[in-house]
Design a protein around this ligand. Structure first.
Ligand code: UD1
Length: 345
């Protein structure tokens, strides 16, 4: 039986584009909506080169309910949504809270509002391990307490989870899977899609690869006085293609009525905590390229250590992040080199 269409909001972005590839490869039809605020059309070409299929694309903002309504009227076969469309820079969210609340929350509310009218059966929501704050213990299970958010960005993820819960509990005729990502890194092995931040990168890996290729002089390591073996922060770095594959399984659960409950929550991580310094060493080992770096002071708001207990996702979804970190680092490097060759950076 032909698979239905999935609406991928934010689908030209980093995780969205990788997920579009996996959906198409699994036989789903895809329509992407994106306002291109933090991505560009090149990723549509990348998706097409990898899969042989050009995804349908609507350039519009998901906070615009008229544009969204028109999209659902045009693509009447949409049965599921994966909602990636959101602003995601922690620092910027502290400076521009309204932008973050408006973008992230209005987008979600518009989608939830329109789903019943257009017969959409499920929505996958991109959440984050940020909801756990500084966890009391690692690895973190889904049962760990939600801590007060330290940024408007983090708060939008918490509020979004609550909105979805309230809407489902009100008897809405659809299901939801909430995926709490740890730190997604790397790029598609083809290097045809990857992460392309605007301006100076805030996240570790784009800053690291831009330093390795000479765009940035030096990577600053934010703190070496944390209570960790080497003093730098610890994260759970998960390969973006592994992460993307979990979305296909989540969609299938909702649409094929395999879900055990109307809302399911899964941590998506590897279960391995790696320090910032260990990650730099992995990159250097995997690529043979040195990353000039220096230790500087802590970055305000950073979590000391957080890594996932992914067993719930492993057992229930039958999904596991399997890509070794060195392979992931090679893919990030290949992507950075592709950007250079394509004259993009
Ligand atoms: C943060 C958010 C996460 C969000 C993600 C997306 C928290 C706790 N986490 O992740 O929810 O989804 O941003 O933007 O709010 N680092 C350096 N030098 C750099 C950059 C980073 O040392 O130039 C260090 C950081 O101090 C941190 C680690 O690298 O320890 C990872 O940082 P980053 O990639 O920014 O991600 P998070 O802050 O973990």
């Amino acid at each position: 039986m032909a698979k239905p269409r999935i609406l991928v909001t934010g689908g030209t972005g980093y995780i969205g584009s990788h997920t579009a590839v996996e959906l198409i490869s699994a036989g789903y039809k895809v329509v992407i909506i994106d306002n291109l605020s933090n991505s560009n059309r090149d990723s549509l070409d990348g998706i097409e080169k990898i899969t042989g299929v050009k995804p349908d694309f609507v350039e519009a903002d998901c906070t615009d309910i008229n544009a969204l309504t028109a999209l659902f009227e045009k693509y009447t076969d949409i049965k599921g949504i994966i909602n990636f469309a959101a602003s995601k820079a922690v620092g910027e969210s502290i400076e521009k809270p309204i932008l973050y609340y408006r973008n992230n929350l209005n987008t979600l509310m518009n989608l939830l509002d329109l789903m019943p009218r257009f017969g959409v059966k499920g929505i996958v929501f991109s959440s984050s391990c940020t909801v756990y704050g500084e966890p009391d213990q690692n690895p973190v299970t889904e049962a760990a307490p939600i801590k007060k958010a330290t940024s408007p960005y983090g708060n939008t993820k918490q509020i979004s989870e609550e909105i979805i819960t309230d809407v489902i509990n009100s008897g809405a005729p659809f299901k939801s899977v909430i995926l709490r990502y740890f730190n997604p890194v790397g790029a598609h092995p083809s290097a045809l899609i990857g992460e392309l931040p605007n301006g100076v990168p805030q996240n570790l890996i784009p800053y690291l690869t831009q330093t390795a290729i000479g765009i940035r002089k030096e990577l600053s390591v934010f703190g070496n006085d944390y209570d960790t073996p080497d003093g730098s922060c610890i994260r759970d770095f998960i390969n973006v293609v592994d992460l993307a594959k979990a979305h296909v399984i989540a969609v299938e659960r909702m649409l094929e009525d395999k879900a055990e409950a109307p809302i399911e929550i899964f941590n998506l991580g590897t279960g391995i905590g790696l320090s910032v310094l260990e990650l730099i060493a992995s990159f250097e080992r995997a690529t043979g390229v040195k990353v000039p770096h220096k230790i500087v002071g802590r970055r305000p708001g950073d979590i000391e250590k957080v890594w996932a207990d992914p067993r719930h996702a492993n057992e229930v979804l039958g999904w596991k992040a399997t890509t070794p970190i060195d392979d992931t680092m090679r893919s990030a490097w290949k992507w950075q080199q592709h950007l250079r060759e394509a004259g993009i950076m």
